[in-house]
Design a protein around this ligand. Structure first.
Ligand code: ADP
Ligand code: ASP
Ligand code: MG
Length: 405
């Protein structure tokens, strides 16, 4: 049994739906049982969100999910009827019908469990199960979505729940590259990448995989093959360990443009203040990213952190009210920022990686506003209009266009 996921660009037109269906048909002919997870066609999700905002600038989260889930609800029957037309028995299933149960966090729901009875039933009847990605339901049958790019997560979670042989993610690039191939022309395709490296890359903006999908893949040891939907060439395997000779200090560069920062000025320097500011954000499901707090001076300090720009309005409201409670002086905020990250397990215990990154950015005139690190990642916040240049200079500085194996 194979789970195949087809992304939006790969399904953008009727011709592309036919091409995807032919590929599914071929996999069936090779003797596999196929579960196909499909995304919304082309830019459908963007269009639905824009439509929602044109009737209400702050659409209620529940209604927004009721709306945007429809993108995938449209693709699944189209693929199923296309397969039927080719003589391949198929049945489309919504998230609900496929048994995808999630938490109640609208637009960022997490899969709690999968009850795949209907999928097994379809497979037993010799049918392809075409599942609408991205969507699920709560215990109360409220419709939820998994966050932008979430069809990847539907696919990997299904592969885990069904104990599928493998999970193939078909997309509009040839695999996972050392940087976004649309930004860096000399980016190289990686034959393998480790779950932990891919997770870091995905979490800091490499759109090609949804971070939760990588996390679930690692947890349930699902080998993930990211490959092109346009040709048969092999792509990139996401695995637990990459072959020894492929280790490189820095594996990839990622950027994320949707970033804003909030500064709380003059925060009293005493226990409980950071908790008081961040708890309301957590309760609202807003994730806070790079956090910088200065050393306290004369009993006060400043606290700066980043959030997704799409969360800025609601975050600002919550932080202003918390700032009042803890008697901070002021709250400042700014959008127009981007995150620039280098990732690689090879940087563990390799001195000089950070300084090389900062030097390369300095020489290119890119100013660093904030820095954060994990064991295998260094992230700099920079002005948004500088970020593509930053990606390119870092790609060069770390010689990622050359095979260092
Ligand atoms: P899909 O619709 O198939 O889910 P996405 O648009 O979500 O496709 O993801 C694929 C895109 O991810 C590519 O078109 C590419 O521009 C972008 N991308 C960003 N970083 C990388 C990377 N390191 N390797 C490959 N693609 C990347
Ligand atoms: N259609 C959804 C989105 O655009 C989910 C996906 O494509 O994975 O974010
Ligand atoms: Mg995607």
């Amino acid at each position: 049994m194979i789970v195949q996921k087809y992304g939006g660009t790969s399904l953008g037109t009727a011709a592309r739906i036919r091409r995807v269906s032919r590929r599914i048909a071929r996999t069936v002919k090779e003797g596999h049982k196929v579960v196909a997870v499909v995304s919304a066609m082309g830019h459908t999700t963007d269009r639905l969100i824009a439509l929602a905002e044109s009737v209400n600038p702050e659409p209620p989260a529940r209604e927004l999910d009721m709306l945007v889930a429809n993108g995938e609800t449209i693709t699944a029957p189209l693929v199923a009827m296309c397969l039927e037309g080719m003589g391949v028995p198929a049945v489309s299933l919504s998230g609900l019908q496929a048994g995808v149960r999630t938490s109640a966090h609208h637009s960022k729901a997490r899969i709690r469990d999968i009850r795949p009875d209907r999928i097994f039933e379809a497979l037993e009847q010799g049918k392809v199960a075409v599942v609408a990605g991205f969507q699920g339901v709560t215990e109360d049958l409220e419709v939820t979505t998994l966050g932008r790019g979430g069809s990847d997560t539907t696919a990997v979670a299904l592969a885990a729940a069904l104990k599928a042989e493998s999970c193939e993610i078909y997309t509009d690039v040839d695999g996972i590259f050392t940087a976004d191939p649309r930004v860096v022309k000399s980016a190289r395709k990686l034959t393998h990448i480790q779950y932990d490296e891919m997770l870091e890359l995905a979490a800091v903006g490499a759109r090609v995989m949804h971070p939760r999908a990588v996390e679930i893949g690692e947890l349930y040891s699902v080998p993930i093959h990211v490959r092109s939907s346009f040709h048969d060439g092999v792509g990139t395997m996401i695995v637990a360990q990459v072959p020894m000779e492929e280790r490189q200090r820095v594996r990839g560069i990622a950027a994320e443009a949707n970033v804003a920062k909030i500064t709380v000025v003059g925060v009293p320097d005493r226990p409980g203040v950071a908790a008081a500011i961040f708890e309301p954000l957590a309760a609202a499901g807003i994730s806070v990213d790079v956090i910088v707090q200065n050393i306290g001076r004369s009993g006060h300090t400043d606290l700066t952190f980043s959030v997704a720009e799409s969360d800025l309005k609601s975050a600002e409201k919550l932080v202003k009210s918390a700032a009042k409670t803890v008697r901070a002086k002021r709250v400042l905020s700014a959008g127009g920022i981007a995150k620039l990250s280098i990732v690689g397990t090879g940087m563990l215990g390799a001195p000089g990686v950070a300084s090389r990154m900062f030097r390369a950015l300095a020489d290119a005139g890119v100013n660093i506003e904030m820095i954060s690190t994990s064991e295998i990642r260094i992230t700099c916040l920079v002005a948004r209009d500088q970020v593509d240049k930053g990606v390119r200079v870092l790609h060069k500085a770390f010689e990622l266009d050359q095979d260092l194996a």
